[in-house]
Design a protein around this ligand. Structure first.
Ligand code: NAP
Length: 322
């Protein structure tokens, strides 16, 4: 007999049906390999009354908290996204939240960290500007080992990004909330660690979760600690960086360039001055898109393990907010 798991999402119908196909394909492959009970992932609206009252786990992407409240026995949700700040704020405390922790996502983010670091390291924004002016002028290129890349956040994504940059000869520093010792690069933590990483980073990459502690973290005062001519990449969440302070730091020439993949409001409104800022590169939240095939395997495996053993995957610490 099939076990029905609801997919609860506020994404578009097209997106929802693409996820349903990928999740059910993953479930079918895993079930066939293990000759066991079939899991079927269905839209929430297709559950009957008995199934609604029995449901202990749901797979979710930007769910409406009200929809989840209709499941009286819900114990946990498996998110299809890595960032879960909305759920942390809006979901009842009794419901545990498992983030998407897909190794493919970390590999894709590490690739983005390298790609956009090289973009800044090799002065591509400047050469693009010179092209528009038909201006022929070359500059010396510093060696990667002469560039310090500071990574704020050494979680699943930050650590892989740091390793990738280290493998490409950059000098890497990392910063996290707790003290860490990693053999490949120096790790800093706490307020003193933040000051040090800001002072030493030629390129700062933000890979922190959005929490009460990280909202507004990169403000005017902290941007001023960065070396003159440094650049910033935000792959995490828009509200971690004060946009006004960043624009000012770029305009006065203290910072050279910013690559922004995430914004307080997404899509970035057409009237936002950030679009036309000469020292800002805008990306439409694409540094690490979730791969439906690999993420579905992770989600289905976690749900299956729970149904078989009652064991939940690692869940968000609601007091820390991530
Ligand atoms: P994670 O595994 O939870 O790691 C978070 C890291 O941030 C940890 O190292 C943590 O420190 C550190 N941290 C949290 N709060 C801190 C604080 N107040 N001070 C210092 N360090 C702090 O998260 P992840 O999977 O790496 O993902 C990071 C974020 O990337 C997500 O939350 C999401 O917003 C964003 N993301 C963006 C995209 C995109 O396409 N743009 C895609 C996926 C994810 P400890 O190690 O000490 O706990």
């Amino acid at each position: 007999m099939s076990q029905f798991i609801p997919l609860i999402t506020s994404t578009s119908i097209t997106e929802q049906s693409a996820w349903l196909s990928a999740l059910n394909e993953a479930a079918k492959n895993i079930d066939e390999a293990q000759h066991e009970q079939i899991i079927k992932i269905v839209p929430f609206t297709e559950l009957n009354e008995a199934q609604v009252s029995e449901t202990e786990v749901a797979i979710v992407a930007n769910p409406n908290p009200e929809a989840l409240r209709q499941l009286p026995n819900l114990k946990w949700v498996q998110s299809l996204w890595a960032g879960v700040e909305h759920m942390v704020k809006n979901l009842d405390q009794s419901v545990s939240i498992a983030r998407m922790t897909d190794p493919q996502l970390a590999a894709t983010m590490a690739e983005a960290a390298l790609a956009w670091t090289l973009y800044l390291h090799r002065d591509m924004p400047l050469y693009r500007k010179q092209q528009t002016e038909r201006h022929w002028q070359g500059y010396d290129a510093p060696l990667p080992e002469q560039q310090t890349i500071g990574i704020l956040g050494l979680g699943l994504l930050g650590e892989k990004a740091a390793l990738k940059l280290k493998q490409n000869q950059f000098n890497v520093l990392g910063w996290s909330r707790s003290k860490k010792k990693l053999p490949e690069f120096n790790c800093l933590y706490g307020d003193d660690g933040l000051q040090e990483i800001l002072k030493r980073s030629n390129i700062l990459i933000i890979l922190l979760p959005l929490t009460d502690e990280t909202a507004g973290l990169i403000n005017e005062e902290r941007l001023q600690l960065m070396p003159k001519g440094a650049s910033l990449i935000n792959f995490a969440r828009g509200p971690i960086v004060d946009d006004t302070a960043l624009s000012e730091a770029l305009e006065c020439g203290h910072l050279k360039h910013a690559v922004l993949d995430v914004f307080e409001v997404e899509p970035l409104p057409v009237e936002s001055p950030l679009w036309s800022h000469p020292s800002i590169t805008i990306l439409p939240h694409i540094s690490a898109p979730t791969n439906k095939t690999t993420a579905s395997k992770v989600a289905v495996n976690n749900v299956r393990t729970y149904l078989k053993t009652g064991t939940l995957p690692p869940v968000v610490d609601r007091t820390k907010g991530y």
